[in-house]
Design a protein around this ligand. Structure first.
Ligand SMILES: CC(C)(COP(=O)(O)OP(=O)(O)OC[C@H]1O[C@@H](n2cnc3c(N)ncnc32)[C@H](O)[C@@H]1OP(=O)(O)O)[C@@H](O)C(=O)NCCC(=O)NCCS
Length: 153
């Protein structure tokens, strides 16, 4: 049950969350462990990420959004951007027990409304089964291009 919702738009690299585990109301809540747990439980592609890797991931992300219910992390999303041409959204996750309450939409809207994203020509994302969710937020499937990949690890 959602009691006390807060959405945090972090500074680039999320220093408070990354270095001190800060969550809602700037309280130290072991935020990195909570992020790890949110990914492990809810994001098939992001299971097993270590906290050292998560720190590096945050440090190199330009726009980072977290959503908290009191001091529990229930939503996350991030983006990388060159601020002119291209931005890419990554790791959009809402905790399973609070899915369907509009939090995913809040995360996407918060990312898209950031100046560093708004200033780009195109915003990309990759999804396995979230097409319908993203379509009603304005994204279109791009059939003229292919996703290409080198797996390195
Ligand atoms: C996909 C996800 C981020 C959506 O977050 P959410 O908080 O459950 O979604 P919301 O409640 O904000 O939904 C907003 C709208 O999208 C719709 N929607 C949500 N998930 C949907 C889906 N999978 N397919 C179609 N529509 C969907 C909702 O009905 C709602 O529509 P409305 O505004 O007309 O009522 C969340 O379900 C999630 O984390 N899933 C697991 C991880 C994942 O698959 N991430 C995305 C893939 S990259």
């Amino acid at each position: 049950m959602i009691e006390n919702l807060s959405l945090i738009k972090h500074a680039s690299g999320a220093p408070g969350l990354r270095l001190f585990g800060l969550g809602a109301e700037f309280k130290p809540v072991n935020g990195l462990k909570k992020l790890q747990s949110l990914f492990n439980k809810n994001a098939l592609w992001a299971k097993g990420r270590r906290t050292a890797q998560l720190k590096k991931m945050l440090a190199n992300s330009n726009v980072i959004i977290t959503i908290w219910n009191n001091y529990e992390l229930i939503g996350f999303g991030r983006a990388t951007t060159d601020q002119v041409y291209r931005a890419v959204l990554w790791d959009i996750v809402v905790s399973q027990d609070v899915q369907g309450f509009g939090l995913g939409k809040l995360i996407i809207e918060a990312l898209l409304s950031d100046e560093k994203i708004k200033s780009t020509e195109k915003v990309y994302l990759m999804t396995t089964n979230g097409q319908d969710f993203y379509a009603q937020l304005g994204f279109k499937v791009e059939n003229k291009q292919s996703l290409m990949l080198i797996k390195q690890k």
